[in-house]
Design a binder for this molecule. Structure first.
Ligand code: GLU
Length: 286
């Protein structure tokens, strides 16, 4: 065994499809090649969309693919205290603020005539126009949507003097230095705690990658643009930075990226039709 430790982190909000199989198989293959370990993590923070039956199907599909992982599996829905502690730390540094906007408010503010042109789209949708941005006062409220004040975060980290970056092994391999101007203008004040959910994908993934000792993150190239956000959170929370491997995306015949709703590519469907794990590997060119 080496120190290499990776994970596959699906959300149980629909059936796993060929793209998920590719991701999980890549991660497992890298772990085996390195003599390291492959973990499974269930990213079920969105309790309105996550369903126990999808979680059961994840275990079945991955088992059918021939994957094995240590148990118990970490389920993020059981980890709210961990994420709360991270939020408290950021709140105490004055890096978060409460946001009352809904999607419509954000779209309206971002397209207001004085802003000019079409709204900028970042990794989480429209770049937040800053409507609710203000210095935080008092204790951190529960259940509210909290955004990261990106300008302040980069200032606290002194990124101009001490640049941040991460190593990427697959998707344009090399060291990627984070561009603070890009982060402020094209990513902006991302949500770290969603209303009623108490955390977000970015925060919980960063906290858990560190908590689980993940040395290497293997995931789809669609998340490459989220990685600078994760790098900033790691720096703010004093957490180590894994090496990243953003693999190519599996597309359908039309060249469209597969989505959860594309049931036609669901692994369960291939399985029901008598395909084997070897057939899936062959389909994926593995
Ligand atoms: N839960 C995320 C997804 O389903 C995984 C993100 C990650 O691997 O960091 O896309």
């Amino acid at each position: 065994m080496t120190g290499f430790r990776t994970r596959f982190a699906p959300s149980p909000t629909g059936p796993l499809h060929l793209g998920h199989a590719f991701s999980a198989l890549c991660a497992d293959q890298m772990a085996r090649a390195a003599g390291g370990s492959f973990l499974l993590r269930i990213e079920d923070i969105d309790t309105a969309r996550a369903r126990p039956e999808w979680e059961v199907q994840i275990y079945e599909d991955l088992g059918w693919l021939g994957l094995e992982w240590p148990v118990p599996v970490l389920r993020q829905s059981a980890g709210l205290a961990r994420y709360g502690a991270a939020l408290d730390r950021l709140w105490a540094q004055g890096l978060l603020y409460v946001c009352h906007c809904n999607r419509k408010d954000i779209a309206a503010a971002a397209t207001a005539p004085q802003e000019g042109g079409a709204p900028l789209i970042g990794p989480d949708g429209i770049v937040y126009p800053g409507t609710c941005r203000q210095p935080a006062k008092g204790p951190r409220p529960d259940g509210a949507a909290l955004r990261l004040n990106m300008v302040r975060a980069l200032k606290v980290l002194n990124v101009v003097q001490r640049p941040l970056g991460f190593y990427e092994k697959l998707h344009s391999p090399g060291y990627h230095r984070i561009d603070p101007t890009h982060l402020v203008e094209n990513v902006g004040d991302v949500v770290l705690a969603r209303r009623e959910i108490g955390t977000s994908y970015h925060l919980s993934a960063v906290v858990d990658d560190a908590g689980q000792g993940i040395t290497d993150v293997v995931r789809g190239a669609d998340l490459f643009d989220a990685t600078p956000i994760h790098r900033v959170l790691q720096a703010l929370l004093g957490l180590p930075t894994p090496v990243y491997h953003h693999h190519r995306l599996i597309r359908d015949q039309q060249g469209k990226r597969l989505a959860k709703r594309d049931d036609a590519r669901a692994l369960a469907r291939y399985r029901a039709e008598g395909a084997t794990a070897a057939d899936i590997r062959a389909l994926l060119g593995m």
